[in-house]
Design a protein around this ligand. Structure first.
Ligand SMILES: N[C@@H](CCC(=O)N[C@@H](CS)C(=O)NCC(=O)O)C(=O)O
Length: 214
């Protein structure tokens, strides 16, 4: 989105990637930001100056002023706390803060590897691996949505963006149901204005950088 002053926030973004999480988060935030969009084929994310900001050479990456904040969970926690007026995070002293942090870590430490296990068919003992199993992850998430409409109940938070982005991706690859508490939660997420603005930007950038023909 555009603002009246020079944005402090820059998002390094590539279409059709996990960058969408950060794009959606920034649209929820409502602060001006600069979009540095590029095609993976350019190798921008492997150049030395980029690796100095995110040594993993991955997107998304948010830079706040001079401060790089890679990793979706870290950037979501940082941005929501730093730009507190948007109301995307319970304060450290709020009773909802532990649940908020739990869902943030659930997204990266449990959902991400559980999705990969489902997708690639890895054999692993649920008692041994940190993420349990895909089925356990889905059940715990569905249980967490019984009160709803959001993960923290009535209050939407940055944790909904981070968990929700995983679900959007999971639905695209066909491992997330379209019905039940998780499917219904996704419908609510996708109905948000900020989600729809982010989706429009994602589509525009996808058209700028179409998938290269084989
Ligand atoms: N753990 C990272 C994951 C980000 C990620 O996996 N990004 C992928 C795109 S979806 C990427 O940049 N891949 C390019 C590469 O590694 O070369 C985060 O939370 O930000």
């Amino acid at each position: 989105m555009s603002g009246t002053h020079t944005p402090n926030l820059t998002l390094y973004f590539a279409p059709r990637t996990r960058s969408f999480a950060a794009l959606w988060l920034l649209e929820e935030l409502g602060e001006p930001y600069q979009l540095e969009s590029f095609d993976f084929a350019t190798g921008r994310h492997k150049q030395a100056d980029y690796l100095a900001l995110n040594p993993m050479g991955k997107v998304p990456l948010v830079v706040d002023g001079e401060t790089p904040v890679p990793e979706i969970g870290a950037m979501a926690i940082y941005i929501a706390d730093r730009y507190v007026a948007a109301g995307l995070a319970p304060a450290a002293t709020d009773a909802a803060r532990p649940a908020y942090l739990r869902w943030m870590f659930f997204a990266s430490a449990i959902m991400e590897p559980a999705f990969a296990q489902k997708l690639f068919g890895w054999e692993a003992s649920a008692a041994t691996v940190a993420w349990g199993s895909y089925e356990q992850m889905m059940q715990v998430l569905a249980d967490g949505l019984t009160e709803g409409p959001w993960l923290l109940g009535e209050t939407f938070s940055a944790a909904d963006v981070v968990v929700g982005n995983n679900l959007v991706f999971g639905q695209m690859i066909g491992i997330i149901p379209t019905d039940g508490p998780i499917g219904e939660y996704l419908v609510r997420l996708k109905a948000r204005e900020a989600f729809q603005r982010a989706e429009a930007i994602e589509m525009r950038e996808g058209e700028r950088f179409p998938v290269a023909a084989e």
